[in-house]
Design a protein around this ligand. Structure first.
Ligand code: ZN
Ligand code: ZN
Length: 221
């Protein structure tokens, strides 16, 4: 587990990251990684002398199995409140995914699906969430209900999920083959580029720890 900035930790689960944030009101997880890998969270929590019972909220960026894979088990074991956008919530709760790209249809045949889990709080508008310090920004395109979260810490920490990806010290678009609506995804990148934040972490690729919003501006221009 790597500390990106004060109290914000990155857990790498193969090719995908999840994040763990220590706050005054408990530990907050942003995404939950791949199915069958939730032991990594226990290990990460032990490293910072916390337990699963300290996790009070799980913020989800979107419904893809590499982000909600550990959700059912982590929710069960922690009793944490689960937050997701209302457009991605049905698939997280077990409804068939509303749309899959051809590559995702292929992957769905070979990949272990995520166990369904209830969403306790459905987001439908931008703004403050029930988790202190976290603001939701609806960033559709990769999925219709993709949400990025902005944490008020260290000049602003953006949890971009798969709205974008890390690329060395730069920011790149998520692969088009995994994106539902590329025009909408670009519109979302413009929204993020208009915000102020110093740090960005991703579902995939390396975090950027300074001047992060500028990297989004460079990408869209
Ligand atoms: Zn995704
Ligand atoms: Zn992903």
């Amino acid at each position: 587990m790597r500390e990106i900035v004060d109290g914000v930790f990155e857990i790498s689960l193969g090719y995908v990251h999840a994040h763990l944030v220590v706050t005054d009101t408990g530990v907050v997880l942003v995404d939950t990684g791949l199915p069958g890998r939730s032991a990594e969270f226990g290990k990460g929590l032990r490293e910072i002398r916390r337990t699963i019972g300290d996790v009070t909220a799980i913020l989800l960026t979107h419904r893809h199995p590499d982000h909600v894979g550990g959700l059912a088990e982590l929710r069960r074991r922690s009793g944490a409140r689960v937050v997701a956008h209302r457009l991605d919530a049905p698939a997280i709760e077990g409804a068939p995914a509303p749309s899959l790209t051809p590559l995702q249809r292929l992957l769905a045949k070979v990949m272990k699906p995520a166990e369904a889990a209830p969403v306790d709080e459905m987001l439908s508008a931008d703004g403050a969430t029930s988790v202190p310090g976290f603001t939701a920004v609806h960033t559709p395109g990769h999925t219709a209900g993709h949400v990025s979260y902005l944490l008020d810490r260290a000049g602003g920490v953006l949890f971009a999920g798969d709205a974008a990806a890390g690329n060395g010290r730069k920011v790149r678009r998520s692969p088009g083959v995994m994106t539902e609506d590329r025009a909408e995804a670009d519109q979302s990148l413009r929204r993020l580029a208009a915000l102020d934040f110093e740090v960005v972490v991703f579902g995939h690729g390396k975090a950027v720890t300074d001047g992060a919003a500028d990297k989004f501006r460079t990408l869209i221009n």
